[in-house]
Design a protein around this ligand. Structure first.
Ligand code: PMP
Length: 297
């Protein structure tokens, strides 16, 4: 797909400029060492206008990740949110995927950066894995060990080579997405989504610790609490997964997507009757800000 054309604008350090003319810093640690941090946010075309879902939470997470990596973050979150809306406006977009990226400045040493740059790009993107149920395969790669990196909760650019390799491995074998185990062999997550399984009308998801703490994952837990759906965070084995009634993945780009099978083992429950399908509908209503209408109707 084309992410931009001659008319596409991006936001770079306080100004809007053409995506084509945005030069990159060839001495940036972000480019050489992956020492940058990014976010993924969705804007939806709602009856209240174009609305970014949980924008503040995403930018707060970006700032926290920069703080953890000692990357300067001299911007106000309110300004970045306002600029993101402006970016949608100048690109004439109502629903879009928005990608803020903080890059460290010029320095080829291994010292923490003194200076940083922020860019925000937006493009039109449907659900990342499509809308059909997905077939997963367990990756030969283990999810990064939280203790080895110390930064499991930061969306660090350099870590994403693993997601690319795992996804590529899965696709080359005819699957849609890769599932990664943690270093102890428990289920961690998919390459860019968190996972929930359903067993006997209850949902389970791996606990925080060895997983990326997704905003969608916490939204799903909040939905469960509101709908009185039992949900528990606990370590899950592959046997638990293969014995489940159903499963789904969740993430900002992917939203909520049902899983058809894991390495050829199909889930027995009809997706439309699963708790995951209820969560999927509720999530859609939440992001489109239509939940109150549903209640009224
Ligand atoms: N895990 C990884 C590795 C991710 O990149 C993402 C996408 N940000 C997620 C999980 C889901 O996180 P979120 O729900 O905050 O988008």
């Amino acid at each position: 797909m084309n992410y931009y054309d001659q008319s596409t604008q991006i936001y770079l350090n306080g100004s809007f400029l053409s995506a084509q003319s945005a030069g990159i810093n060839v001495y940036s640690q972000a480019l050489h060492y992956g020492y940058g941090v990014f976010e993924g946010i969705r804007a939806y075309n709602t009856h209240n206008g174009s609305r970014m879902f949980k924008a503040e939470e995403h930018f707060e997470r970006l700032k926290n990740a920069c703080d953890r990596l000692h990357i300067p973050f001299p911007w106000s979150i309110a300004d970045l949110i306002e600029s993101s809306y402006k970016l949608l406006e100048v690109n004439n977009m109502r629903s879009a995927y928005i990608r803020p990226l903080v890059m460290s400045g010029s320095d080829m040493h291994f010292s923490v950066p003194q200076q940083s740059n922020i860019l925000i790009a937006a493009w039109e993107w449907g659900p990342f894995l499509g809308q059909k149920l997905v077939n997963l395969t367990v990756s030969a790669l283990k999810r990064f060990d939280a203790e080895a990196t110390g930064q499991i909760q930061a969306k660090i650019s350099g870590q994403y080579f693993q997601s690319i390799l795992a996804t590529n491995e899965a696709r080359s074998k005819g699957f849609d997405e890769a599932l990664l185990l943690d270093k102890d062999g428990y289920i961690a997550q998919a390459s860019s989504e968190n996972i929930f399984i359903e067993k006997d009308y209850k949902l389970y998801t791996p606990p925080l610790g060895q997983i990326y703490p997704g905003i969608t994952r916490s939204t799903v837990i909040a939905i469960c609490n509101r709908l009185n759906i039992d949900v528990e965070e606990k370590p899950l084995t592959l046997a638990d997964l293969k014995d489940a009634d159903s499963a789904f993945l969740c993430g900002t780009a992917t939203e909520i997507i049902g899983v058809a099978s894991v390495d050829g083992v199909q889930f027995p429950e009809n997706w439309t009757e699963t708790l995951g399908a209820t969560i999927q509908r509720t999530y859609k209503n939440l992001v489109l800000e239509t939940e109150n209408y549903e209640v009224i109707i």
